[in-house]
Design a protein around this ligand. Structure first.
Ligand code: NAD
Length: 376
């Protein structure tokens, strides 16, 4: 069996799916590993490190695509690469099957088995494969570090002979995986932190990190959408959150927004007037930008200055911390490979709920019902 590690081709991508340290267990099973030259360079993994770990280095991408049985990646392959796949190859990665399912058509036609890391069920048994959480953790950290860098103020309270500097005030909207890491990072830097989420369960987690949870009366509606996720709210309930956000924005130096509802565009929670209420120099990082953004002024991927407020809308923050993002992602991928590779051979059992959940297509047909519907 040949496992291939390709260089990512998406613009701005710097992560790699497996690191040299990931290869030991695979080599021990007798798996051949071939790495495209430079695949790990931006993530701190040199070709020589992969070679030392037992991989072959190749500059012939087309040949690797045509011969690999398994291709763990970060993003989906482009259609030209998909058309070169070995028939029946297994492709793993963040394949965006629900946002860009038609972009996977060429691989499905090659009979490839596609596993999407976004679709790995978030159940206890699959926690070690939860790449969404790994990447959200990195993004939450990096959002605060970026905001601290842009803010013309200090984060911690400083008491000096020249007087006292008050701490920065940080407001985190959406206290899921990314939001909680943003809160923890802002607290470590000494900021005073407030947070808002529609899930009541988030309140306890926010408080345990030393931040203040802002409660809003949403009229007693159900806010839990199952699996720990939020439900899509009514316009009236959203408006109550928007009012709180506008009020809190006026005294916040930094806002990090992370609110998402799975499979839906991000809720528009931050009105123009909230941004206008912020002080000059304040920073807003809209982590929901890939899903359209939480702020009505957000332009995904574009940094704007609005009345002296910096509005950042990054599309791929984990790629800005490629060494540790790759380290975490590679562990998630390696654990996932453990489900489909037994004693050095592919053994795909689609009755396994983790594999069935993550499988986009198998033997030329869509497997995931939501993807099948999109491809009809
Ligand atoms: P997410 O990225 O879908 O959403 C981020 C946050 O936005 C969530 O906390 C959500 O409640 C919040 N949100 C949605 N609409 C909002 C609104 N209108 N106003 C304010 N906030 C809003 O979620 P996530 O971070 O991936 O995960 C959320 C939760 O899922 C976690 O906190 C956890 O409880 C659960 N989870 C479980 C597992 C597991 O069991 N393996 C793994 C990961 C996450």
């Amino acid at each position: 069996m040949l496992l291939g590690i390709l260089k990512e081709t998406s613009p701005g991508e710097s992560r790699v799916a497996l690191l040299p340290e990931s290869l030991k267990g695979l080599k021990a099973q007798g798996i051949d590993i071939s790495v495209e030259a430079g695949a790990g360079a931006a993530a701190g993994a040199r070709d020589a490190d992969y070679a030392e770990a037992g991989a072959t280095i190749t500059t012939n991408r087309a040949d690797l695509l045509a011969s690999a049985d398994v291709l763990p990646g970060v993003n989906a392959l482009d259609p030209a690469d998909q058309a070169r796949l070995k028939a029946g190859a297994v492709v793993i990665g963040f394949l965006k099957p629900l946002d860009a399912s038609s972009a996977l058509q060429a691989a499905i036609e090659r009979g490839a088995t596609l596993f999407s890391m976004e679709l790995v069920p978030r159940i206890t048994r699959a926690q070690s494969m939860d790449a969404l959480s790994s990447m959200a953790t990195v993004a939450g950290y990096k959002a605060i570090v970026m905001a601290a860098d842009r803010l013309p103020r200090l984060f911690p309270m400083l008491m000096t002979a020249a007087g006292t500097v008050p701490p920065a005030k940080v407001f985190v909207i959406g206290a899921g995986v990314a939001g909680l890491q943003a809160i923890a990072t802002a607290r470590r830097l000494g900021a005073v932190v407030e947070a808002y989420d529609v899930r009541a369960a988030a309140g306890e987690q926010v408080r345990s990190l030393g931040a203040k949870f802002l409660d809003v009366d949403l009229g007693g509606i159900n806010t839990e959408g199952g699996g720990g996720y939020a439900a899509e709210l009514t316009e009236e309930a959203l408006d109550r959150g928007r009012d709180l956000i506008t009020k809190t924005a006026a005294h916040s130096d930094v806002i990090v927004s992370t609110a998402q509802v799975p499979g839906r565009p991000a809720p528009r929670l931050i009105r123009r007037e909230a941004v206008e209420a912020m002080r000059p120099g304040a920073v807003l990082v809209d982590l929901a930008a890939p899903a359209g953004g939480n702020c009505e002024l957000t332009k995904p991927g574009v940094t704007q200055q609005i009345n002296g407020v910096t509005l950042l809308a990054p599309l791929n923050l984990p790629a800005e911390v490629p060494v540790d993002a790759s380290k975490l992602y590679a562990r998630n991928v390696l654990n996932f490979l453990g489900l489909i590779v037994k004693k050095g051979e592919l053994a795909i059992d689609l009755t396994d709920e983790v594999l069935a959940g993550a499988c986009v297509a198998h033997q030329g047909k869509p497997v995931n019902p939501r993807v099948a519907k999109l491809l009809e």
